[in-house]
Write a protein that binds this ligand. Structure first.
Ligand code: GH3
Ligand code: MG
Ligand code: MG
Ligand code: MG
Length: 317
């Protein structure tokens, strides 16, 4: 199926190989009724630096995709084992794996009419390639599919990360808290939602400037991260205001954790080039469960307001 193209073997795959090194490794899944073809293709992918799994039919393919979350690309020949054709398998895969998460490259056999290639695209393949093809063509098509997916992944991450502190942002708080609320409602447990606001932060900016103000925000973010578990939801909502959502804790345990946080921040001054700034925060803690995060944030905010009015550097629950 490969047209031999001497003397150009390695040059063209440099770009893909660079990507592969940059992003650790990429795993592909080859779906084809012919074992000979699968092995040939696997050997080719290996030359580009791609590891691959193989499958001959629809059922195995769907199972492999479910058990191997690291598969980023599926190459599907029109001819696969079983009752259905490769194009129909694309449709089945797309019911569970959108084209923004998993790349599919359709392979149409030599001599078939161009309508089949179009069918691959209609059913949700990202691209197709027609046999016979040269390695360079295969490499470039794969690379383009992966590049688009990579860009989408990057943009999706950018959309939920605050660039200053690298904490999750308000948008992430809204989406990720949904799952936590759902689980808490089902298991009849409670959430701890804390609003954390730096005290007199405007004075920090006014006295030391915005650059140091930004540094202080990063310091507080670090302390926040170190004080909680990896699975806890910690966000910067905006300005000098942070939010933490914890699941499945008693009120007493939650108070202990946030009181500990408050003390840790109080006893960790910002220090840099002779500048030393004492930082304190006020915390409003809501413990319970509501149907949406906004309601819980409003209740936590009321407590925060009380903490501010009662002299700051306090936890109110
Ligand atoms: P309070 O104790 O009542 O919370 O007083 P405060 O001064 O902290 O609150 P206020 O809302 O009056 O001011 C918040 C300040 O946070 C104002 C703004 O300059 C600063 N700020 C907001 N976002 C940023 C940022 O990204 N970087 C820096 N350096 N400052 C920020
Ligand atoms: Mg403040
Ligand atoms: Mg204020
Ligand atoms: Mg504020």
């Amino acid at each position: 199926y490969l047209i031999k193209k001497p003397n150009s073997d390695l040059l063209y795959s440099t770009r893909l190989i660079e990507r592969v090194y940059k992003n650790s490794f990429i795993k592909a899944l080859i779906v084809d009724g012919s074992e000979t073809f699968r092995n040939k293709l696997a050997k080719n992918l290996k030359q580009f630096g791609l590891d691959s799994l193989q499958s001959s039919d629809a059922k195995t393919t769907l199972e492999l995709l479910k058990t191997h979350a690291d598969i980023q690309l599926v190459l599907i020949d029109l001819d696969i084992s079983g009752d259905i054709q490769g194009v129909e398998l694309v449709e089945d895969i797309r019911e569970q794996f959108p084209s923004t998460m998993l790349g599919i490259l359709g392979i149409t056999p030599h001599g078939y009419n161009s309508q089949l290639s179009i069918e691959f695209l209609k059913k949700g393949a990202n691209d197709f390639i027609t046999k016979p093809f040269v390695k360079e063509q295969l490499n470039l098509r794969i690379m383009q599919v992966l590049e688009v997916l990579d860009t989408i992944k990057e943009k999706n991450i950018e959309a939920i990360i605050d660039p200053l502190t690298q904490l999750k942002n308000r948008r992430a708080l809204e989406t990720e808290s949904k799952q936590m609320i759902q689980s808490a409602l089902i298991s009849n447990s409670r959430l701890s939602v804390a609003m954390i606001d730096i005290d007199h932060f405007k004075q920090v900016n006014d006295t030391y400037g915005h650059i140091i103000g930004d540094d202080v925000l990063r310091l507080i973010s670090q302390i926040l991260k170190s004080n909680f578990r990896k699975k806890d939801l910690i966000t910067r909502n905006g300005g000098e205001e942070f939010c933490v959502v914890l699941d499945d804790l008693s009120l007493k345990k939650a108070i202990d954790l946030f009181e500990n946080l408050r003390q840790k921040i109080e006893s960790t001054p910002y220090e840099n080039e002779g500048v030393k700034i004492n930082i304190t925060v006020s915390i409003g803690l809501f413990h319970g469960i509501q149907n949406d995060i906004t309601s819980m944030l409003i209740l936590a905010d009321e407590k925060l307001y009380m903490a501010k009015n009662n002299g700051r550097n306090k936890l109110v629950s």
